[in-house]
Design a protein around this ligand. Structure first.
Ligand code: SF4
Length: 467
């Protein structure tokens, strides 16, 4: 997700390039909205950024404000054009476009309420609920910022959001700060906001600060105006951003994710050593961790897996069938590197177990003598409700199998996970600044029972409540 306010710059093209830097955050659809002070237009398509925009689209972008989005669905169908973002809607005499990263947990309740007030929905996403609430409150308060503020008082869950009218760009973030959102400056010409710092680097913007949890930042002809719209809660940045989701060259909590991942690899080398001939990483996020493991253990690092860069990330493909195809398409073992060797294979996580099982099989078929899996996160036992599609708990292998049983299922000679403590220590920040609910079951934002029951074992709900 990206936003720019920069008179004199080609903001449409800038957003297009920034979305390339953020492509890893979503691959199902891409969209850009541009405004010139009077008119706001949106172009969006299913598919990757490079497929979604044609040369004539780029040439047609005119204006000084833009937002862009790459979508990865956690609510709503992934194949519907209507669900692609930015969402566009009318607010009084204005038009707004909104792009949202995260997941609301009280969407159903709010939708019912809004439908009762005569609001009609075109999509099935929580992002449209956000837009509808802003539409609802803005005329009443005669101010878009007030409309956003009132919306933030009602919605619960994770939302890092960019919203634009014909005249201004707004960025706002949930009071827990679950998804990242950073603010950057473009020399003297303007401002940008982005999900990750790697997008600032690409457009030549300098990182200024994070958009604070519970804050609204408005960027317009009046410059930057910021307000604490709702009180900040316990900081709960998603720790999965460190482990897997964000790009290694992005910075979160003053820490480059490449370094954090290296430290995770080094930590598991200390906690779960093994005799082996070579350490390999599963591209992409396992690679820095594997170099950390190799340095710490003294076992040489090798490139044992070639990755096809033009296939989407398996974890975020929308269906199991696509995931299975994705695994086959994505990785190919380098037989001359791994043949006859005892391997330490470093990966970031095991979610459902099928990807890792297939990987171990591929490595054995390529001649590996032993396969020792080292995972730089703790077992994923709890579903995410805040924007990472870990699906329901019954699909999470660690929620119903022990570590030994998982090792047997995936066919590894040994398997070890990083501890919660080592994971947090590797980030350089303290546990109190993170959401780590998929490992601990401690959800920072309360999940309504109706939402929780759809994704959790009932006995597990009880277990959590019993502590
Ligand atoms: S539950 Fe897990 S994936 Fe979801 S926000 Fe928390 S740490 Fe991130």
């Amino acid at each position: 997700m990206f936003g720019v306010y920069a008179p004199g710059e080609d903001v449409g093209k800038m957003t297009y390039f920034a979305l390339h830097a953020l492509q890893h955050r979503g691959q199902e659809s891409a969209g850009i909205a541009v405004a010139d002070g009077h008119t706001l237009t949106v172009t969006k398509q299913l598919g990757l950024v490079a497929q979604a925009f044609k040369a004539h689209d780029l040439a047609s972008f005119e204006g000084h404000i833009a937002i862009g989005h790459t979508r990865y669905s956690t609510t709503g169908s992934s194949t519907s054009w209507e669900n692609a973002q930015p969402m566009i809607s009318a607010v009084g005499h204005n038009t707004i476009a909104l792009a949202h990263n995260g997941n609301l947990v009280n969407t159903a309740e709010l939708r019912d309420e809004l439908k009762g007030n005569g609001v009609r929905f075109r999509s099935t996403t929580d992002s449209e609920v956000l837009a509808s609430l802003v539409d609802h409150f803005t005329p009443e308060h005669h101010s878009m910022r007030a409309g956003i503020r009132e919306t933030m008082k009602l919605v619960r869950g994770a939302y890092s959001t960019v919203l634009m009218s014909e005249q201004a760009l707004y960025a706002f973030r949930d009071p827990y700060g679950i998804r990242p959102l950073v603010l950057g400056k473009l020399d003297d010409t303007g401002w940008v906001v982005a999900s990750e710092t790697c997008a600032l680097d690409l457009v030549g913007a300098e990182y200024v600060r994070d958009v604070a949890p519970g804050e609204i930042v408005k960027l317009s002809a009046e410059g930057l105006e910021a307000e604490q719209a709702v009180p900040p809660q316990r900081a709960s940045l998603c720790i999965f951003e460190f482990i897997y989701f964000a790009r290694p060259d992005s910075v979160l909590y003053d820490c480059t994710l490449y370094e954090a991942r290296q430290r995770m690899g080094a930590a598991i080398a200390r906690s779960a050593p093994v005799e082996a001939d070579i350490v390999i990483g599963v591209p992409d996020s396992g690679v820095p961790a594997a170099t950390g493991y190799a340095q710490e253990s003294g076992i040489p690092y090798g490139e044992g897996l070639a990755k096809n860069r033009y296939v989407g990330r398996t974890f975020i493909s929308p269906s199991q069938t696509l995931r299975q195809q994705g695994i086959r398409l994505k990785l190919n073992p380098l037989k001359h590197v791994i043949g006859g060797k005892r391997l330490v294979v470093v990966d970031d996580s095991i979610v459902r177990g099928n990807t890792t099982r297939k990987l171990v099989q591929l490595l054995r078929e390529a001649g590996a003598a032993e396969v020792h899996m080292r995972i730089t996160s703790p077992p994923v036992r709890w579903p995410c409700f805040y924007g990472i599609d870990t699906d329901s708990q019954e699909q999470l292998i660690a929620s119903y199998k022990s570590v030994d049983e998982i090792a047997a299922f995936i066919g590894a000679d040994s398997l070890a996970y990083l501890s919660v403590e080592d994971m947090v220590a590797s980030t350089g920040a303290v546990a109190e600044r993170f959401c780590a609910a998929c490992f601990t079951g401690e959800y920072p934002v309360e999940i309504p029972d109706s939402v929780r029951e759809g994704k959790m074992h009932l006995e597990a709900c009880g277990a959590r409540e019993d502590g």
